[in-house]
Write a protein that binds this ligand. Structure first.
Ligand SMILES: CC(C)(COP(=O)(O)OP(=O)(O)OC[C@H]1O[C@@H](n2cnc3c(N)ncnc32)[C@H](O)[C@@H]1OP(=O)(O)O)[C@@H](O)C(=O)NCCC(=O)NCCS
Length: 133
């Protein structure tokens, strides 16, 4: 899912959720950081996982020194979970790791009906684009 700033229309970043593993990953461009959009981004990712993909839990990993990531995740009620304290990156480097997860609130899933539906055209999308930044 792409995030767009509503104040100037610039692309702000992206968030994705792996449907099979429930793993969320997201980033913001430097110009979009530090104004609360990280929280909005991860909230949108959690909603994507729960209500469009039907996942009961969405997980997110981050490096311990990444306080912005930890803060944005905590702001959307991701809670710490036990996991390996080390993570191997695609290039083979080992880094410290923390893991957190978000549990779906009791609400029925809302799967996309497909191309042309209200959901797929963004009319009901919950994303930073609709956050009013
Ligand atoms: C992670 C990321 C999306 C967070 O977005 P952000 O815009 O920087 O964060 P926000 O402005 O939404 O801040 C979220 C919370 O973290 C806090 N925070 C942000 N930066 C912080 C820092 N450097 N130190 C401590 N707290 C920090 C904020 O105060 C806020 O807390 P609050 O809601 O209690 O006020 C963004 O920094 C980013 O894209 N980083 C690079 C890629 C990355 O690390 N992705 C995550 C991989 S899982």
């Amino acid at each position: 899912m792409v995030a767009v700033r509503t104040d100037d229309g610039r692309y702000a970043g992206s968030v994705s959720v792996l449907a099979d593993m429930g793993e969320m990953d997201g980033w913001l461009a430097p110009h979009a950081r530090g104004v609360g959009l990280g929280t909005e981004l991860f909230r949108a990712g959690a909603e994507l996982g729960h209500f469009h993909l039907g996942l009961p839990t969405v997980r997110a990993g981050f490096e311990p020194a990444n306080l912005a990531s930890a803060g944005a995740l905590a702001g959307v009620s991701f809670v710490p979970v036990d996991a390996s304290p080390r993570h191997t990156l695609d290039d083979g480097r080992e880094v410290g790791a923390r893991s957190s997860q978000h549990t779906a609130p009791r609400r029925p899933p809302c799967r996309c009906a497909g191309p042309g539906s209200a959901a797929s055209t963004g009319e009901s999308a919950s994303s930073p684009a609709a956050a009013g930044v």
